[in-house]
Design a protein around this ligand. Structure first.
Ligand code: GLN
Length: 244
């Protein structure tokens, strides 16, 4: 019997793991095992080499401003390969600080601005930015959040806790429209991003344990790229979708 496998890389999983974002890996593994797919997990941290062609799925979790700055200093040595991975239609889930770091610039709570890897055009300003409406300025965005993806009709539930406010750029679609909660910036009703096979979001929870529909979607995309001869979406539709 053929053994199907996917190589999953967890970018800075030891530093960027706010509110158990590691659970996103557990959710993918949980569904993969039920359809006979093995996931090989590899942590990619500071100073570790990274080669785009070695991976089928990448995870990039959340972190506070301190860890985010440490990671930002290491990213330039990996950014070329991360860009190559994304442009080559690799699957990637980026949460909160990970989502911010894929974009162009990030402004921390203390006003300092750092560079992201710029593979996507979104920008993150801080909670005091004049770009924000008075209603949204000066507070962290904390609490439960619900969004609806307008293209596939799916609803996603999560928990957000961030000061940074992200504005999407050209060619970027939101992961969903706000039903309740704040999302990217609290003002424009967008939450997260979809660009090629990259999903970015402010949702913790972790997002894939609470939203099995999205976990299956990411898994199916990665599997289809590696094993195009099989209808992975159909296989995944035959097992129950969990919402923990
Ligand atoms: N430091 C970032 C912010 O507050 C990211 C927070 C997070 O990843 N939870 O905007």
């Amino acid at each position: 019997m053929t053994e199907y496998k996917l190589n999953l890389g967890h970018l800075y999983g030891d530093l960027m793991n706010t509110y158990g974002d590691y659970g996103n890996y557990l959710a993918l593994k949980y569904y993969a095992e039920q359809i006979g797919v093995k996931i090989n997990y590899k942590l990619i941290s500071l100073h570790d080499p990274f080669k785009a062609d070695d991976y089928d799925i990448l995870l990039f979790g959340g972190g506070q401003d301190y860890e985010e700055e440490v990671v930002a200093k290491d990213l330039p040595q990996k950014s070329g390969e991360i860009k190559k991975y994304i442009e080559n239609n690799g699957s990637l889930l980026a949460v909160c600080a990970g989502f911010q770091l894929l974009g162009s610039t990030i402004q921390f709570a203390d006003g300092k601005t750092i560079e992201g890897i710029g593979v996507m055009p979104h920008k993150t300003v801080n909670l005091n930015s004049p770009k924000l409406t008075d209603r949204m300025r000066g507070k962290r965005l904390i609490g439960n959040i619900v969004i609806k993806n307008n293209e596939n009709g799916e609803t996603y539930h999560g928990f957000e806790n961030h000061q940074g406010r992200t504005f999407l750029g050209k060619g970027e679609k939101a992961l969903g429209t706000i039903v309740s909660g704040n999302g990217n910036n609290g003002d424009d009703k967008t939450e997260g991003v979809i660009y090629k096979n990259v999903y970015g979001t402010y949702f913790h929870g972790p997002i894939l344990t609470r939203n099995g529909n999205l976990a299956k979607r990411i898994l199916a995309t990665a599997l289809k790229k590696r094993y195009p001869e099989i209808d992975w979406t159909k296989k995944l539709s035959q097992i129950p979708t969990e919402t923990f």
